[in-house]
Design a protein around this ligand. Structure first.
Ligand code: SAM
Length: 274
């Protein structure tokens, strides 16, 4: 791809990204209750800035979702960590992710798992995610352009499946591609805008146990076993809504530095993205 910053190009910049990343993990992830050392270790390693468009890299370690192509978002780091923890990983698993987006969450998972398979319905995102992951030598991640509501049968069964978009119900194809004992974490809701994060565990060949674990907001899961279409004009509104919610939260925080306030001000500018 050739456009990624390397240590040689910007040694100072990468060092400061590393310390921002460390701060983010402590303040926004560990302090908010994520305890799994495998997940915290993975979040400390993956350079989120390199999965973002260049003009957004300075916001990489704000705990906010950020816009990418196709009206989609890179999820908020806290939710990436929370979902990874919810998969109850021990290390060395085979994981399926639905909704590759930028490829960031797949990279985080691959720091823990042996193999990560990720499916993305938008071709431009699938291509970009595959290129970024290859540039960063995430060789254990494979990207497929397709409808992830049908899973990725060829590599099934999986120890864990994570869906990073919200569907109207749990896709039967995904349940069927879980190993016995495997976990599926997916946002589910009757409304395209809000969901319950659900963990489904395959208890036996025909038995599944389901638990509600959090209230969340994700972009819609579009496909044969998801929503038929996204509501017109909602994609950008959703990205703007996510940024607005983040900035409202940010306003309430006390003790933020001038640099952070400045960054928040520029982030506010993103709300007016056409
Ligand atoms: N995990 C991503 C990351 O780290 O950048 C963020 C994912 S974004 C919140 C959700 C993604 O799910 C979008 O890129 C969207 O195009 C994708 N998506 C929606 N429906 C899908 C489907 N049926 N199959 C595969 N991907 C889908």
């Amino acid at each position: 791809m050739g456009s990624l910053a390397s240590k040689e190009d910007h040694p100072g910049e990468l060092k400061s990204f590393a310390s921002l990343r460390e701060e983010m993990v402590e303040r926004n992830i560990a302090a908010r209750g994520v305890r799994d050392e495998l997940v915290l270790g993975a979040m400390r390693k993956v350079p989120r800035e390199l999965f973002l468009p260049k003009n957004l890299r300075e916001f990489a370690y704000e705990d906010s979702p950020l816009p990418i192509a196709g009206g989609q978002t890179v999820s908020q780091p806290y939710i990436v960590a929370f979902m990874a923890e919810s998969l109850l990983l021990k290390g060395g698993e085979k994981i399926l992710e639905i909704g590759a987006g930028s490829g960031y969450a797949a990279a985080v998972l691959s720091e823990i798992a042996a193999q990560v398979y990720t499916v993305e319905r938008l071709g431009q995102l699938a291509d970009k995610a595959a290129a970024t992951l290859a540039d960063l030598a995430y060789d254990d991640v494979r990207v497929l352009h397709g409808d992830g509501t049908r899973g990725w049968l060829e590599h099934s069964p999986y120890d864990a499946i994570v869906v990073t978009a919200g569907g109207p119900q749990v896709p039967e194809s995904l349940k069927a591609q879980l190993k016995i004992g495997g976990r599926l974490v997916i946002p589910v809701g009757a409304d395209q805008r809000v969901q319950e994060l659900v963990r489904v565990t395959r208890v036996s060949e025909n038995e599944y146990r389901s638990e509600d674990i959090a209230d969340v907001r994700f972009v819609p899961l579009i496909g044969e076993e998801g929503w038929a279409i996204a509501k017109e004009g909602e994609a950008r509104a959703r990205v703007r809504g996510a940024l607005r919610r983040f900035l409202r939260k940010r306003k309430r925080w006390s003790g933020t530095s001038p640099t952070q306030r400045n960054r928040a001000h520029r982030l506010r500018g993103l709300i007016s993205i056409p």
